[in-house]
Design a protein around this ligand. Sequence first.
Ligand code: GLA
Length: 387
Amino acid sequence: MINKLEQQFVERFNQSSSVKAFAPGRINLIGEHTDYNGGYVFPAAIELGTYGVASLRQDRELHFYSNNFKEDGEIITTLDSLDYNGAHQWANYAKGMIKYLREQFDDIDCGFNILIEGNIPNGASLSSSASLELLIGWLIKALFKLNINRLELIHLGQRVENQYIGVNSGIMDQFIVGMGKKDHAILLDTANLHYHYVPAQFGDYVISIMNTNKRRSLTESKYNERRSECETALKDLQKEADILSLGELSVEQFDSLKHHIKASLPMRRARHAVTENQRTKEAYQALQQRDFKLFGQLLNDSHHSLKNDYAVTGVELDTLAETAQQVDGVLGARMTGAGFAGCAIALVHKAALKQLEYEVTSVYKATIGYEPSFYHVTVGDGVKTLG
Ligand code: GLA
């Protein structure tokens, strides 16, 4: 892939690229919609991701080209024109990163060309946008030799989502894309960003990714709505309990306080956040003890809670996860990422992979009308320079 991009770069821009990098996508094993509630998440970087090559220019122009969005052509702007512009499509994620980096670094004082290509399926809730943000950050860091570390880039990526794009997302996606490590998941406490690497090994079991292939719609507005429902619940609880986030509450504490949450929807959203946080800690313990069966059960419980209390699944994700849960050799399955569309994951015995695909495809096709896709990916590193 990268050699092809280097060649194409020369053809398009009449110069060689001077830096090349890769940023992964991610799956989240468990801990969904907990990252903006001060809870735990348990994601892993995957070897699908975004590749990019870049070089400095003599002027102040910025030229972006993506092989995934050929119809947008070469998107051109300048260092002096970095505000959000709908016409600039995907390049807004890049412009946002550059704008915020320029606030910190005067060194970014000439233009550059960037060519990218990703192999994360679009809109699959595997974090193609965080992958793009961190890739651009990494390329700019290399081009201008900026003294900025991974965590700072992670924060900038989240700021791009929140302030530049307008999605009030938590920090999980940028964190795992920035910090991922081959063959490891990260258990991250979003309350204080303490984290540690956990071998993502499941014995004879593997993670299968199942894509609904549903076009995403309204995801951003629904996402922001869920976040504000959690905030409403938190405010009600804070009148009674001295807490900064829902993530501080055990399930028992929540049960004894929940009647203080005035409306029923915020109560259910908060109940998901609290129980999911508990499940994430239990899943970590289960993995440490190689209790894959319990791990799988927790995945099932997570999906159930995301469906019934958090209402972010929908018929496509439910059909994938719930059909997978019934297949012999599957220990558990759940949606992954923001929800509404995108992907589910299943923990499945290696010998049952074919059967999983067969059964899920036939039920999904009969129920939804078109086929899902399946990916078997290995857990890879976070954003990195390519040699
Ligand atoms: C999206 C957001 C993350 C997280 C997940 C849900 O991926 O970007 O911050 O909230 O949804 O767990």
